[in-house]
Write a protein of this length. Structure first.
Length: 133
């Protein structure tokens, strides 16, 4: 998700090639592609459930790792602290990435999802045509 977040926030190289008046079109295109990718991945509900399940699994593993660090007799306190900091950083990154993804999913209105589903064949035909011309 972090990579998608960086890509979504990065300026696209196409924006410099479009005329100034095409900014509205470009924003609409980006939004369409965002909703399209969610629809193609099973829809908002399926993606939301997947994000939550992934976060749960990763949280369990990271918390287990924290427990292992705390109970490790072979680690000195300095090493324990460093390991804890690493795992806590991973927990923060997991939370941040999942929060960003869930927010992106909740920003998709049911009407948008339904419209993209309705016109999915047309969208895909247009994309395939544009790719090969």
């Amino acid at each position: 998700w972090q990579q998608r977040k960086r890509v979504a926030n990065a300026r696209s190289y196409t924006s410099s090639t479009l005329l100034k008046g095409d900014d509205t079109y470009l924003k609409a295109y980006y939004r369409l592609m965002e909703v399209y990718s969610v629809v193609k991945s099973g829809g908002v509900q399926a993606q939301t459930e997947a994000v939550k399940a992934f976060a749960q699994r990763e949280s369990v593993l990271l918390n287990q790792r924290l427990q292992e660090i705390e109970t490790a007799e072979s680690l000195e306190e300095t090493a324990k602290r460093q390991e804890r900091e690493k795992v806590e950083q991973e927990i923060q990154e997991l939370h941040s990435a999942n929060s960003w993804r869930l927010q992106a999913l909740t920003n998709i209105a049911p009407e948008e999802e339904a419209t993209v589903k309705q016109y999915l064949p047309d969208i895909e035909n247009t994309l395939m045509h544009a790719q090969y011309t």
